[in-house]
Design a protein around this ligand. Structure first.
Ligand code: NAP
Length: 248
């Protein structure tokens, strides 16, 4: 028996990196998958075909998670196409790193909107079908940086810390309706987001991880499968650090 057989998942920001890895792992576990992308249109279309090759129902939608109305329309369309939504993975995110001294209002707002407001937008919309069916699992992608902070990432760290407060509050509000809400805090995961960083910085990070390597998208995807599946039926309001022991 596959862990997500019969479940319908919506994953935001799956054209690349961790979101893409989650979509592929979910497909392996038998879920039907709706996913979004924003600027990587071709990659989104390719992923749709790759997922369908697993023999599951899969569809990609171009949708800006930071846009309240668009998120509402997205969820309505997904429910019309798939019937309902059992699992929501709020994965979409960006960085606009710089020291506070140099940070513009635009850099602050872009990160807060793409990383934190997006989580509010899509979760609020997905509440409706989940309340109706009296079940659901919501998984929000935070970061260890949201717990311990990071110089040069005050906007990003604030957005990821905000996600944790939001996650715990939603877990308290919706627990009685059998809707669970948890967060994952990845540490240093090697994706395009980190490939843009200086090679020496990356080497230093690898060295500082107790498990002596950067994480892979599959490391994060495996934790996401656990939280999405009934294996975690008694877990809500929690943050799972997937960081090789970096935050211990
Ligand atoms: P990535 O490779 O840069 O991919 C980001 C994804 O988010 C892309 O698919 C992008 O879509 C999508 N996206 C961005 N803004 C969006 C929006 N407004 N609406 C819809 N989709 C949007 O990043 P990643 O490394 O996989 O990170 C994924 C998540 O994990 C993020 O929330 C990130 O903060 C978190 N995280 C990552 C790490 C790490 O080490 N990599 C560590 C901790 C937490 P398009 O390309 O189509 O625009």
């Amino acid at each position: 028996m596959k862990l997500l057989e019969g479940k319908i998942a919506l994953i935001t920001g799956a054209s690349r990196g961790i979101g893409r890895g989650i979509a592929l792992k979910f497909a392996e576990q038998g879920a039907s998958i709706a996913f979004t992308y924003l600027s990587s249109v071709e990659k989104g279309q390719e992923l749709e075909k790759e997922l369908q090759a697993f023999g599951i129902k899969a569809k990609g939608y171009r949708s800006d998670a930071a846009d309240y109305k668009a998120a509402e329309e997205l969820v309505n369309t997904v429910v019309a196409d798939f019937g309902t939504i059992d699992i929501l993975v709020n994965n979409a995110g960006i960085t606009r790193d710089t020291l506070l001294m140099r940070m513009s209002e635009q850099q602050w707002d872009e990160v807060m909107n793409a990383n934190l407001k997006s989580v509010f937008n899509v979760t609020k919309a997905v509440q409706k079908p989940m309340l109706k069916q009296r079940k659901g699992s919501i998984i929000n992608m935070s970061s260890v940086v949201g717990i311990q902070g990071n110089a040069g990432q005050s906007n990003y760290a604030a957005s990821k810390a905000g996600i944790i407060g939001f996650t715990k509050s939603v877990a308290l509000e919706l627990g009685s309706r059998n809707i669970r809400c948890n967060a994952i805090a990845p540490g240093f995961i090697e994706t395009e987001m980190t490939a843009a960083l200086d090679a020496k910085v990356v080497e230093g990070w690898r060295d500082n991880v107790p498990l002596k390597r950067g994480g892979t998208v599959d490391d994060v995807a495996n934790a996401t499968i656990f939280l999405a599946s009934d294996m975690s039926a008694y877990i809500t309001g929690q943050v799972i650090n997937v960081c090789g022991g970096m935050l211990t």
